[in-house]
Each structure stands twice: as C-alpha cells, then as structure tokens.
Design a protein around this ligand. Structure first.
Ligand SMILES: [Ca+2]
Length: 120
C-alpha cells in the first residue's frame, strides 16, 4: 500500500524521487543513503550503493517527493515492466514482492519520453 508521510523520509529532496536499498527508507540502517533522480534512470546497473553493490535489483523502499508527476519503477531496462507507482508525496516503506527487482525508474516524463537525455 502506498501511504503518505508527514515529511519526506531521510531528507529526500523536494522535486525528486528517492530509492533505498532496504525497507523502511534505509540503506544499511542509514536513512540518508539513497539513490535519487530528478527525471529518471533508464539503467540502474550504472549506479552503486556506496558500500554494497549495484542499485539494480536491489531496492526495497521508495518515496516520491516530486511536485508535479507520479513516479514509477520497472523490472526491466528503459522503463519497461512496471513494478510500482507512487502519487506525488507518497511512499512505500516495503516493496514486498516488488523488492530487489527495480532496473529502471522515473517520473511520468520518462515513461512518455524514454529516450530523453534527462532519463539516462
Ligand atoms: Ca529487474
């Protein structure tokens, strides 16, 4: 279930979506270690957690602190195979059976413009 939060967890910046490696908006027990995007990322294999491996197939919670668009995560590259969706200012503290599967992620802009340089 997507649930609203009183404030963005971990200081997730306004206008962006944040992904955490573990449940409850934490990465290795730390809430301020997250992967963040302003528009989207078409290949999460290109990004590493600071201490432990790739972001790809290694995300268990996320928060949409955007101001204008819903945000999405996908099982596959290039915004294919939708796993989860968040309205503005909503989060999921446990992706459940969608955990450890995200391979691309983006705001609606990147769904509509998947080849945009903003979505790399
Ligand atoms: Ca995947």
């Amino acid at each position: 279930m997507a649930t609203p939060a009183m404030a963005a967890p971990g200081g997730c910046p306004s206008g962006q979506t944040c992904l955490w490696k573990d449940i409850n908006y934490t990465t290795g027990g730390v809430d301020w270690i997250y992967f963040v995007y302003t528009n989207g990322a078409n290949d999460l294999r290109n990004y590493q957690w600071s201490f432990n491996g790739t972001v790809n197939d290694n995300v268990s919670s996320w928060y949409n602190n955007g101001n204008t668009e819903a945000s999405f995560i996908f099982d596959n590259l290039n915004f294919q195979g939708q796993l989860s969706y968040l309205p503005i200012k909503f989060g999921r503290d446990n992706l459940g059976n969608a955990s450890d599967r995200a391979t691309s992620a983006g705001f609606r802009f990147c769904l509509n413009n998947p080849t945009s340089a903003k979505c790399v």
